[in-house]
Structures are given as structure tokens and as C-alpha cells.
Design a protein around this ligand. Structure first.
Ligand code: FAD
Length: 220
């Protein structure tokens, strides 16, 4: 198993048994998640924005318009804290106090690196597309020179990161166990519903198997 090193800011202060620095676990959560939240300082104010991402090896990539405030801000290499969360269930205890959630999450501290190499930019956009919808990149019109010009790509090295997870059932206090209250876990997961075709789609074009069988649950 490979671990990222623990730093003072990735050291859990409590419930350390729920945390891990194992890269395999970190990657599995990142690969299952669809989007992240990125926190950074803008002027005198904290900012937190959700955005999509893709991963290639030990780098996480985001992309956006060259006019995007987020992208332009992060291109200068400032520190960010990025989080990806997967919600697996609601833990309904007999007491309000012991309610909880089952989850898997990753926190990553990094400085953005503006990607200028054209091949790496291309690979990052492919990784992003395949991350969202595996099988899509090979079928669609790929980015034109003009599309590429309008797009900024930023890489974040996955070096200073942590994963944390809660699994299992309720954890009630002994004296509450006889309360006449239902207790247990309500599992939650991201499920696709039936695809809705574009109203002007040629009706001869069938829904691809990768859309019909879409499933976010990966290795974690
Ligand atoms: C969907 C969801 C809901 C949650 N709801 C609650 C809630 O209602 N109340 C609550 O107290 N906690 C909740 N948590 C857990 C919460 O994220 C923190 O782990 C927890 O509050 C401990 O915070 P702390 O400041 O003591 O962290 P510390 O242990 O002091 O954090 C130190 C370092 O540990 C790592 N770390 C901490 N938390 C996480 C994490 N979740 N994922 C990855 N790395 C982490 C980071 O590197 C962080 O910098 C929830 C988590 C998720 C994903």
C-alpha cells in the first residue's frame, strides 16, 4: 500500500481511526466523486466553489473558461484546500446526539499549476470527460483548436491529502437502547434516472450503453 505523508494539516485531531493516508483509498474516492469544492483566499475573503475534475495518476485536474474568475485566481499557484465527499447513508440513532452519516471523503491541500503543455491539457480534458461519463470521449467531437484556446487547465498534485470515512450502523448509548424508536441506517447513493433525449435528436440514434448503464459506484 502507498501512503501520502502526513503533515500537520492532514493529521486528524479526533476519530483518527476513520482517517487514512492510503493513496489507493484516496484515489478510489476521487474516482467515484463527480465534483469537488475548492476553497481559497480571494483578496480578504474566503471563497468556496464547486467544480468538476478528472484525475491522471497523482494529479487532479480542473478546467474552465479562460475568463473564469476561479480559474484565473487559481492559475497564480495560490494555496487551495479541495474536498470531495461521497454520502453513503444516514445513520438514524435513538438519540438526536448520536445521529450521523456514513461517508467517504478526501481533503487535499495543494497549489495549482497552470498546465501549458498542449498534450497534457488534452489528456486532462479527456480524463475529465471520461471521469464524468466513461466511454464518452471516443464518441463525441473532440475539442477544436478554438475550444482549446478558450479553456484553461490547472493541475493539483495529490501529495498532501487525507481520506476519512464512516461505515457501519448506529452507535447509541447503552441507556437509550430500549427506547421505542426505530434506529438504523438509510443507505443513499447517486442513481441515474431514465435518459431524456434532446428533443431535436435524430430518433435513429440509440442511447449508448454507457449512458443506459451509468453507475458511479467504482472501487471504493
Ligand atoms: C457528508 C459529511 C458530513 C459530515 N457531517 C459532520 C457533522 O455533522 N458533524 C461533524 O462533526 N463532522 C461531520 N463530518 C466529518 C467532518 O468532515 C470532520 O471530519 C469532523 O468534523 C472533524 O473535524 P475536525 O475539525 O476535528 O478535523 P481534524 O481532524 O482536526 O482535521 C485535520 C485534518 O484531518 C483531515 N480530515 C478531517 N476531516 C476530514 C474528512 N471528512 N475527509 C478527509 N480528511 C479529513 C484533513 O486533512 C484535515 O485538515 C462530515 C463529513 C462528511 C463527508
Amino acid at each position: 500500500m502507498t501512503h501520502v505523508g502526513t503533515t500537520p494539516r492532514t493529521t486528524p485531531s479526533r476519530l483518527a481511526k476513520r482517517s487514512t493516508q492510503e493513496l489507493e483509498q484516496i484515489y478510489a474516492i476521487l474516482d467515484e466523486g463527480l465534483f469537488c469544492h475548492i476553497a481559497y483566499i480571494e483578496g480578504n475573503s474566503p471563497m468556496l466553489l464547486p467544480t468538476g475534475y478528472g484525475r491522471i495518476g497523482d494529479k487532479l485536474y480542473i478546467h474552465g473558461s479562460v475568463g473564469s474568475h476561479l480559474m484565473r485566481s487559481l492559475a497564480d499557484g495560490r494555496e487551495v484546500c479541495l474536498a470531495v465527499s461521497l454520502l453513503d447513508g444516514l445513520v438514524l440513532a435513538r438519540s438526536a446526539f448520536h445521529h450521523s452519516v456514513n461517508y467517504r471523503s478526501v481533503v487535499l491541500f495543494a497549489k495549482g499549476e497552470l498546465v501549458t503543455d498542449e498534450q497534457e491539457r488534452w489528456d486532462a480534458l479527456e480524463a475529465f470527460t471520461e471521469h464524468v461519463m466513461p466511454g464518452r470521449w471516443a464518441e463525441v467531437r473532440q475539442p477544436s483548436a478554438s475550444d482549446m484556446k478558450k479553456t484553461m487547465v490547472i493541475a493539483f498534485p495529490i501529495v498532501e491529502a487525507s481520506a476519512k470515512m464512516r461505515t457501519g450502523n448506529v452507535n447509541d448509548d447503552e441507556e437509550d437502547l430500549s427506547l421505542p424508536v426505530w434506529a438504523g441506517v438509510l443507505p443513499l447513493s447517486l442513481q441515474a434516472s431514465s435518459p431524456i433525449p434532446d428533443p431535436i435528436l435524430n430518433p435513429e440514434i440509440a442511447v449508448p450503453a454507457y449512458v443506459e448503464q451509468y453507475n458511479r459506484q467504482r472501487k471504493a
